[in-house]
Design a binder for this molecule. Structure first.
Ligand code: UD1
Ligand code: CA
Length: 419
């Protein structure tokens, strides 16, 4: 994006969360809240991103990627004070500046992209995002004049008379001309009730000065939510979860029951794959095309399932790779396993990958047939087209050669297969 910088406010305590963890580090679908605003700014190709930190700043810092600048707000004196804390990191005031609150993770890229584009096109001094909602409580309200022109933002604590009827709220995403921002910022007075400097006062100041102020009203009110409490966090998690599922559905994945399906946004799933109810698919999982997953299946990080794989009821796959057309349909656990193509893994098969101290790998080669209730004690290799009979316990390092049939506890060679 052409010559634009971003300031993200993340210094607040988040008192209303009733938690020791800084608010912006609470997780939404597995990712810290702060990462949503930062990634949004990055997705708009904004190179200069300054995050304002304060409360437990060292903890927040750990979550920030390299290349993100930080500014410290030494005393938490409100959102205007927080922007001021970033002043020295901004440098020359010759750009536009996007200001985002780190506790507003539900904005879409489209909304903020739109905000910036319209701001640049209109050469406004300030453009900001609003929404008309049924429950405006807790948010800054937009006062407009009889011609519907924005006048100012009034915070909840300062509402009087008809302000209580206003349904249009401030969502805390603004784009400013840098000069207009910092000159108006220095005119904001302390709000006596809250002993804070409100960034929102800047709108009234700019309007008074006849600067160009524009509101972008978004229709999708799901984006309107700021996260202040655990209740908000739970709701935001839910909204984000369905957004992620919708993305997968749009890419050709069939999700039979979205209300019982949990998929991390970092997972990748090929088309024509069907996810049956009650499945959890975590980050860094890759699933190919035309697979059948679940019901009741847990696929944990760093697992890869190639095309046409079927993993069924009560199965768990952890840090494992499963080759094409392999089936593991009932009650099984694969941990640290590398499984070839067209393998059949019978009901109740377990890889015993952990001896209480270390984790060990299991290899199962193409076309092997693992009988029901086999226990594979790792480290272990099962050869190509080898067979384990039902109930076998294959002990560690007793590798099974290609085409060999083993049975018993501990498993012993029974025979060799011809084909
Ligand atoms: C703010 C807006 C309100 C808007 C709402 C949208 C102000 C005064 N009010 O209210 O109009 O409707 O967001 O969700 O801006 N922060 C700091 N330093 C501070 C205080 C806050 O960095 O000293 C950060 C917080 O970490 C948070 C963000 O600014 O990420 C917003 O602060 P918060 O106190 O949650 O503002 P709201 O009361 O929600
Ligand atoms: Ca807030």
């Amino acid at each position: 994006m052409n010559n634009i910088k971003a300031i993200i406010l993340a210094a607040g305590k988040g008192t209303r969360m009733k938690s020791d963890l800084p608010k912006v580090l609470h997780l939404i679908q597995g990712r810290p809240m702060i990462s949503y605003a930062v990634d949004l700014a990055r997705s708009l190709k904004i190179k200069d991103i300054i995050v304002v930190v304060g409360h437990k700043d060292q903890l927040v810092k750990k979550q920030l990627a390299k290349g993100i600048k930080m500014a410290k707000q030494s005393r938490l004196m409100g959102t205007a004070d927080a922007v001021m804390a970033a002043r020295s990191k901004v440098g020359k005031l010759d750009s536009d500046i996007l200001v985002l609150y780190a506790d507003h993770p539900l904005f879409t890229k489209e909304t903020i992209d739109n905000l910036v584009k319209r701001h640049v096109k209109n050469q406004a001094d300030c453009s900001f995002v609003t929404a008309v909602v049924d429950q405006p409580k807790g948010y800054g309200r937009i006062r407009r004049d009889n011609y519907s022109r924005v006048q100012e933002i009034v915070e909840e604590t300062d509402l009087i008379g008809h302000d209580h009827d206003i349904k249009e709220i401030n969502l805390g995403a603004y784009c400013f001309k840098a000069k207009s921002l910092f000159s108006a910022l220095s005119k904001i007075k302390l709000n006596e009730k809250k002993r804070e400097y409100y960034l929102t006062d800047i709108i009234g100041i700019l309007v008074q000065e006849k600067a160009k102020v524009e509101a972008l009203v978004v229709d999708d009110t799901a984006q309107a939510m700021g996260i202040n409490s655990q209740d908000d966090l739970a709701k935001a998690n839910q909204i984000m979860r369905f957004r992620i599922l919708k993305d997968f559905i749009a890419k050709g994945v069939s999700i039979i029951d979205p209300s019982t399906t949990y998929i991390d946004s970092n997972a990748s799933i090929g088309k024509d794959t069907v996810i049956y109810p009650f499945c959890v698919i975590e980050a860094d999982v890759k699933i190919g095309n035309n697979c059948r997953i679940g019901p009741f299946c847990h696929i944990r990080p760093k697992s890869v399932l190639l095309d046409d794989v079927q993993v069924g009821n009560f199965t768990e796959v952890n840090r494992s790779k499963i080759g094409k057309n392999t089936r593991m349909k009932h009650f099984s656990y694969l941990g640290d396993a590398t499984v070839g193509d067209s393998v059949n893994i019978g009901a109740g098969t377990i890889t015993a990958n952990y001896d209480g101290k270390e984790k060990y790998p299991t290899y199962i080669k193409d076309k092997a047939f693992i009988g029901s209730d086999t226990i594979l004690i790792a480290p272990i290799k099962i050869g190509k087209a080898a067979v384990t009979a039902a109930g076998s316990v294959v002990t560690k390092n007793k590798n099974v050669a290609d085409k060999t049939v083993v049975a018993g506890v501990p498993a012993k060679i029974l025979s060799r297969r011809r084909k």
